[in-house]
Design a protein around this ligand. Structure first.
Ligand SMILES: [Zn+2]
Ligand SMILES: [Zn+2]
Length: 223
């Protein structure tokens, strides 16, 4: 599945509590050892989820990608759940993403800030560039760094750019992001949003109880 086909098949502006678009696995070096692809799918089946996206942390140097994709492909054929193969890629200071080209071009991509750049102009420029990247599907756990603030007008500009380039903003359960005022702005601008648990252990898969306040903002504005 390419990033673009994911966007084209996106059906709803409403977040769906039975869809989890941000799940990790033991392929990274800091998740629970029982967070296997197989166990995640079993957990998702037990929770009656309809869609999950595996979004493992990737780098251009990652060596496990082939095995990871093969395992996801094999298990996708043996479950009723819609399984999306993807990656979470770090946004670099120049606005590029730390991700091999073939992953970016062919799989579901969540782009996230994982490094503090300490300068608002670097952060904003990188974000603008990543929103314009045709291979990025989702902006993950979006929030400015603690040392600077993003003004209301700048949030509106970001939302307009997200809409123009068809990006999805993730409501992230692990970090409780984005902030309420960001979500309210994005809802008014009809920016697409969905849910990501950012699960790093099994009992976090599909768990959105701590972002129900944010979910209600999206639903209330849409009805
Ligand atoms: Zn992340
Ligand atoms: Zn993550």
């Amino acid at each position: 599945m390419s990033g673009n086909s994911f966007i084209r098949t996106f059906e709803s502006y409403f977040v769906n509590l039975s869809e989890d678009y941000h799940v990790h696995s033991k392929y990274n070096d800091h998740s629970a050892s029982d967070l296997t692809i197989e166990n995640v799918v079993k957990q998702a089946e037990n929770l009656n989820l309809v869609t999950i996206a595996f979004t493992e942390h990737v780098r251009t140097t990652s060596s496990w990608i082939k095995e990871y994709l093969q395992e996801i492909d094999a298990i996708s054929k043996n479950t009723a759940i819609k399984i999306i193969a993807g990656f979470e890629a770090k946004i670099l200071a120049d606005g590029s993403i730390d991700c091999p080209d073939f992953c970016a071009k062919n799989y579901f991509i969540v782009a996230s800030f994982h490094t503090l750049y300490h300068k608002k102009d670097i952060w904003l420029n990188a974000l603008h560039k990543v929103i314009k990247n045709p291979y990025v599907d989702v902006i993950g756990h979006l929030a400015p760094e603690p040392t600077f603030q993003i003004e209301a007008q700048e949030i509106e500009e970001l939302g307009a750019l997200m809409s123009k380039y068809g990006k999805v903003v993730e409501i992230n359960a692990k970090y409780h992001r984005p902030a309420v005022n960001w979500i309210n702005t994005f809802v008014q601008q009809e920016v697409r949003m969905h849910l990501g648990s950012d699960a790093h252990c099994l009992n976090e898969v599909g768990r959105f109880s701590n972002v129900m306040d944010l979910v209600s903002l999206v639903k209330e504005r849409r009805i």
